[in-house]
Write a protein that binds this ligand. Sequence first.
Ligand SMILES: Cc1cc2nc3c(=O)[nH]c(=O)nc-3n(C[C@H](O)[C@H](O)[C@H](O)COP(=O)(O)OP(=O)(O)OC[C@H]3O[C@@H](n4cnc5c(N)ncnc54)[C@H](O)[C@@H]3O)c2cc1C
Length: 383
Amino acid sequence: MPSTFDTVVIGAGVFGSWIALDLAKRGQCVLLLEAYGPAHSRASSGGESRIIRMSYGPDEIYTRWSQNSLRQWKELFAATGENLFHRTGVLWLSSENDATLSASHTVLSRNGIHHQFFERSELERLYPQVNFDHVSRGLLEPESGVLFARRAVAATVQAATRHGVRFQIAQVQSPRESQTALPFIETSAAERISASNFVFACGPWLGKLFPEILGSRIFPTRQEVFFFATPPGDTRFAPPALPTWLFQSDEVYGMPDLESRGLKIARDTHGALIDPDTQSRLVSTEGTAWARDFVARRFPALAHCPIVETRVCQYENTSNGDFLIARHPELSNVWFAGGGSGHGFKHGPAVGEHTAALILGEAAPEPRFALATKATQQNRTVH
Ligand SMILES: Cc1cc2nc3c(=O)[nH]c(=O)nc-3n(C[C@H](O)[C@H](O)[C@H](O)COP(=O)(O)OP(=O)(O)OC[C@H]3O[C@@H](n4cnc5c(N)ncnc54)[C@H](O)[C@@H]3O)c2cc1C
């Protein structure tokens, strides 16, 4: 191992793995350190699937990043020979006078992103297996879909190592902050590793590593996910009959039956604050009852189908849902990349590109991602 690196990236979730890959592509000597493994079962990136969609209401920066990222994900999968993107289409469903959908329409049009509006009667004709009560219209993004998340991160780490990134399993200790720059980091095995720059892409663990700065600015919340079996011989809940869907006013999203794992459903509302190391990974009785009720109401043919899989993960929210990609306030060679806030996965490639350029002094910091904009009270505005 070299005695010193240009950059050490800590955390091989979707953010850290893309940052390491991008730095290596720019000629840097990079070490990627990870406590458990790429997109392991406790990481926020550790799910089977994540939505990639372009609509973000008026928040155009995320639309552009999502568009950029989808292109890069496809390039990565083309290079590895394993396609981990499924173009299911993404259908937004809203009730009367939904300003977010109208704002999305303006931004999607401006960025040349194909989309279609459907009135309620048209939705009922196209998707008779869904109950559209209280829905007035839908916006379909036909080119969007689902990333097979856990495997996509593993593919990113493999690509990074092919570009020369050194990958190592190790837990990094909280750095001491009484300095102006960090000379080295120390692992729990007492190994010291020096570098010119250190990027902490530690998702929901950021607050534990930097308790004084981030302990009250990253809010890890418990999120439960359910997969419902579909009836035998019934293809109405798989693509192309059913796209990925989001009921905006219910704050519930889900995916069609992919790889025969069943219909996925989850609440986008934030659950209880948790510790990612210790929270129970078993779904709650309350969550299970809610999921059953929701499925019975919105997908009546699945009312009596068994739950075949569950997962418990966590969002790593900032106060309003904007990412945190910024330099440490005191340590000039330490960077934070996190705050994915329940929507970060899709943006991995754009986060990698931006963070690498930022570290190399080739991009200006984005004010929305600054530490100064991260409050200690939650008030979500980005969805
Ligand atoms: C249920 C659920 C559904 C979601 N749905 C979507 C979606 O549909 N679309 C979307 O775009 N996004 C979605 N998200 C959000 C997205 O998954 C996250 O924003 C993203 O995965 C965060 O990635 P990350 O790399 O920042 O964090 P993580 O994936 O958590 O990675 C951080 C890594 O840092 C490592 N680490 C931490 N501390 C240390 C240490 N001291 N030493 C070494 N390593 C360390 C951890 O082990 C971990 O592997 C969802 C999230 C959840 C939980």
